[in-house]
Design a protein around this ligand. Structure first.
Ligand code: SF4
Length: 138
């Protein structure tokens, strides 16, 4: 099976703070599968490290209110194309991210409060009927 995975879960240092979210569970799950690493934020042209972002009333913003919505949406579109072109049947996504969060995201107040919802990339995948799995569900 071909599986696309949030690149930070595979150990790529593409997280906003320059680190990663390496997951043993993911490494175990994808053993023997063809893996396609994807970071929509990097694909959208954002640098690493970068300021943390949240979705504020539907627009992706930094804490200071500046918009990074265009970069997030461009990255999500490019990442969607990469998933489709690769033929991946499943996308495993990092939790809570304004791009990759598949079931919950921060509420846009930068206070650490989670709400039900999806990040920009996860939403686009879902709208295109591509199966997504939040890493916490593995
Ligand atoms: S955009 Fe997704 S893959 Fe990239 S660092 Fe954030 S959670 Fe990981």
């Amino acid at each position: 099976m071909k599986v696309a995975v949030s690149a930070c879960l595979l150990g790529d240092d593409c997280k906003y703070n320059g680190g990663n979210n390496f997951s043993e569970k993911v490494a175990e799950f994808v053993k023997g599968q063809e893996v396609i690493p994807i970071c929509p934020e990097v694909m959208g042209g954002l640098s690493t490290p970068r300021e943390p972002s949240e979705i504020v009333n539907g627009i992706v913003k930094h804490r200071d209110g500046s918009s990074v919505d265009a970069e997030f949406r461009k990255g999500a579109r490019l990442a969607l194309k990469k998933v489709i072109d690769s033929g991946a049947e499943l996308v495993i996504l990092q939790s809570r991210s304004p791009s990759c969060g598949a079931s919950s995201i921060y509420d846009g107040t930068f206070s650490g409060t989670l709400i039900q919802g999806q990040g920009v990339f996860a939403k686009l995948l879902t709208e295109n009927n591509i199966k997504v799995l939040d890493v916490s569900e593995l």
